[in-house]
Write a protein that binds this ligand. Structure first.
Ligand code: DLL
Length: 474
């Protein structure tokens, strides 16, 4: 057979595509007996172009049908969400519409804690195939049951996220998210397999071994928290390993700014993309960044319907920061109607003319419960990160200390300089005052002073209420 232009659908449901315009079919270029798929990291790659590029009006119809199905399932399952729906006068899915979704009851983390350990499970125990969750604050874990169908959805949205970052079936994915109850490791794992890529399941920690495997297996995709990406990059440099095979990084699970992204990209020589998710909704893959998403994250809104609300739960307009609320339209194990995430971000439509037509969220600005209130001024830790890491004399490690030993709260920030930098502390204190409107005590500490994150999520803020300073030097 003559070589020609082909469109290939793999049996796994993965389609290799090159973006072909708004919702239009896209192409994989191949030669039949020796298939060569041409891809490049900057191209807009989609796993399910017919879904990811669907016209928004048509998608709304799909979402509405799914919302009604969800309400019927919740009512049939009984329990908290059913009772709240009935209290609102909802007797069947036909009583609800997307337009009026803001009138429906919400659920919060507190509700899951109250129903520990099985949460708001909506299926029989035998339908549950695994449990994930987060360790949570104050020793109160949140557990989430998944059905086989939920795992399929998760693999699909995670495969989309990896493809959006530029991964293909030929990719080697170095997965350094923690494996276990935490959704990062296994979520990426399911998605990479669904994409047909090779996943190397490193989990977190044992950094020396990770460096050796980067050298030996030459992965092109790195998946881990942004703080671990920094740690791994520094460990590669210290070991004399140049991670030249790496092309892209897919980083999330903790807040990070465009400034840290710049540092990671320089350190590892990659394009670093954001990925967002939470165990209550599914795990990583709820939303993801790509080269063509305009610095925001495209939401898998065919499965997770997004809203953004103010402190009273009222909708805020696109572009206005508010708390993200998600409805799991298709999940079955623990479906949630209007889950208040505590994460603050803005929403927007797709980039005009983009082949991806789903709505977008900004990078997470902070959490409602992470906001520091310093002398009446609200400060998100990400604002501090943006200022200190925006100065290229500063390395990627910093720690914010909320000093509450006296009645008047003081904000203290520890940074490490990467060059000899006289006056750096004063410059940063000035820049922080300009940005936040409150004074900060900035200390420039010797390299290696700020604790590194080997596994799990970075701890960027500590509260100092009594005793010795959390870091020597204060
Ligand atoms: O962190 C899921 C995940 C794993 C996302 C790997 C991305 C990559 P949880 O442990 O349940 O799930 O924590 C969820 O982490 O409500 C946010 O506050 C925060 N978070 C997650 N992704 C981001 C992100 C996973 N990209 C909580 N930017 C969420 C900022 C994030 N915060």
């Amino acid at each position: 057979m003559l070589p020609g232009v082909l469109r290939i659908r793999y049996t796994t449901g993965w389609v290799g595509v090159k973006s072909g315009g708004r919702g239009l079919p896209s192409l994989v270029i191949g030669v039949l007996d020796q298939v060569t798929v041409t891809t490049h990291c900057d191209e807009a790659l989609m796993v399910s172009p017919e879904v990811e590029g669907m016209a928004p009006e048509r998608r709304r119809g799909v979402q509405e049908g799914r919302l009604r199905g969800l309400v019927d399932r919740l009512l049939a399952a009984g329990g908290l969400q059913a009772a709240r729906l009935r209290d609102c006068g909802v007797r069947s899915g036909l009583d609800v519409s997307l337009e009026d979704i803001h009138r429906l009851p919400m659920v919060r983390k507190f509700d899951l804690w109250e129903h520990y350990p099985h949460g708001l499970r909506a299926v029989d125990a035998e339908e549950v195939v695994c449990v994930h969750g987060s360790s949570g604050t104050g020793g109160r874990p949140t557990l989430v049951p998944y059905t086989a169908r939920d795992l399929e959805i998760w693999a699909e949205v995670m495969a989309r996220a990896l493809a959006a970052a530029g991964a293909t079936a030929r990719s080697v994915v170095h997965n350094a998210y923690g494996y276990g109850l935490f959704t990062g490791g296994l979520g990426v794992h399911h998605g990479a397999i669904r994409l047909g890529a090779t996943v190397v399941p490193l989990s977190g920690g044992m950094t020396e071994r990770q460096v050796a495997l980067i050298r030996d297996l030459r992965p092109d995709v790195l998946t881990c928290t942004p703080s671990y990406a920094v740690h791994l990059g520094e460990a590669c440099a210290a070991a004399g390993v140049e991670p030249t095979s790496l092309k892209v990084g897919v980083h999330g699970a903790e807040p990070w700014t465009a400034e840290l992204k710049g540092q990671i990209e320089r350190l590892l020589g990659i394009r670093a993309y954001d990925i967002y998710g939470l165990s209550e909704i599914i795990g990583p893959g709820v939303a993801c960044e790509s080269a063509d998403s305009g610095g925001m994250l495209t939401i898998a809104e065919d499965h997770f319907y997004p809203e953004c609300v103010d402190a009273d739960g009222n909708p805020v307009p696109d572009g206005t920061p508010g708390e993200l609320v998600f409805t799991t339209l298709t999940k079955t194990g623990m479906p949630l109607l209007r889950y208040r995430t505590g994460d603050v971000a803005t929403l927007a439509d797709a980039v005009p003319g983009s082949p991806r037509t789903m709505r977008r969220m900004s990078k997470v600005l902070g959490r409602t419960d992470d906001m520091l209130i310093v002398r009446g001024v609200n400060v998100y830790p990400t604002e501090i990160e943006a200022v200190v890491l925006g100065d290229d004399r500063v390395g990627p490690h910093y720690l914010i200390i909320e000093d509450r030993r006296a009645a008047r709260t003081e904000l203290r920030v520890a940074v490490e300089a990467v060059v000899e930098a006289a006056g750096l502390g004063d410059d940063l204190a000035h820049a922080l005052h300009e940005r936040l409107g409150v004074g900060c005590d900035v200390r420039v500490l010797p390299p290696g002073s700020v604790p590194r994150t080997e596994a799990g999520k970075a701890r960027r803020v500590v509260r100092w209420t009594e005793g010795p300073a959390p870091l020597p030097g204060f």
